[in-house]
Design a protein around this ligand. Structure first.
Ligand code: FPP
Length: 226
């Protein structure tokens, strides 16, 4: 959800006001995804690197995410959305942790779209955490080092039950991955759009999906060769 800061700067507003506006865009994009039958939407809300920002921006973001979840929870349930939080959540403020756990519990039986919120998330940290989990299992004698496969490591990532993303959609125009779902996006199609996140809407989402649909996915193979 990139570009909130630039959107605010262009209008002489604070970065936090950009995030507040970004939150409104998030609401409309979640609705659009449900309407389009998207199965999983992963949103990058706060990266493990974002702690380096000014403390009022960081604190403001924490409150904003907590308030947004509190306000939207009934609507998430009403739309059959299952909520998940991915990241090192134990390092977040306690009230936010409680909110995240509560939202996961209250939506656990919903069988519509999954909304996976990446918060205090880093792709490298996720791989380190999975590696540690496997190392402990080796140390405990549960598995041997030779038992470690791509599939086993995948099962130790934060959201093992979710499929790998088909489409990585980056608003804000930056041509980089920024530590987002590094393992999971190995074969994702990347669409970068210049539109800043607060301006992003369902029409932009459809534009990205049209571009995705025009791609030929080969997963390292050659078309027509079995
Ligand atoms: C990146 O823009 C955006 C963020 C770090 C925060 C995004 C979070 C939200 C919109 C809140 C969503 C909340 C819920 C509960 C779904 P940036 O600040 O890096 O923008 P810039 O590149 O223009 O500086």
């Amino acid at each position: 959800m990139d570009g909130n800061g630039r959107w605010a700067e262009q209008r002489g507003l604070s970065r936090l006001e950009g995030h507040i506006e970004g939150c409104k865009a998030t609401r409309s994009v979640v609705k659009a995804c449900v309407g389009l039958g998207v199965q999983v939407l992963s949103l990058y809300a706060f990266s493990a690197e974002n702690w380096g920002r000014a403390s009022d921006e960081v604190n403001g973001l924490m409150h904003l995410i907590e308030d947004a979840l509190c306000e939207e929870l009934d609507d998430l349930i009403g739309a059959d959305i299952r909520f998940l939080a991915s990241g090192r959540c134990c390092e977040l403020p306690e009230s936010l942790q409680r909110m995240l756990v509560g939202a996961e519990k209250r939506t656990a039986d919903e069988d519509g779209m999954v909304l996976n919120l990446l918060i205090n998330y880093g792709g490298r940290a996720e791989i380190v955490d999975a590696t540690r989990a496997l190392a402990y299992r080796v140390q405990a004698g549960e598995i041997a080092p030779e038992d470690i496969t791509e599939q086993l490591l995948r099962e130790c990532l934060y959201a093992p039950g979710l499929p790998d993303p088909d489409l990585l959609l980056r608003p804000g125009g930056e041509m980089r991955v920024s530590n987002f779902l590094l393992w999971e996006i190995a074969y994702a199609e990347i669409v970068v759009m210049p539109v800043l996140w607060p301006d992003f809407d369902g029409g932009h989402l459809i534009e990205a999906i049209v571009e995705y649909n025009a791609r030929q996915r080969r997963f390292g193979g050659v078309p027509g060769v079995e």
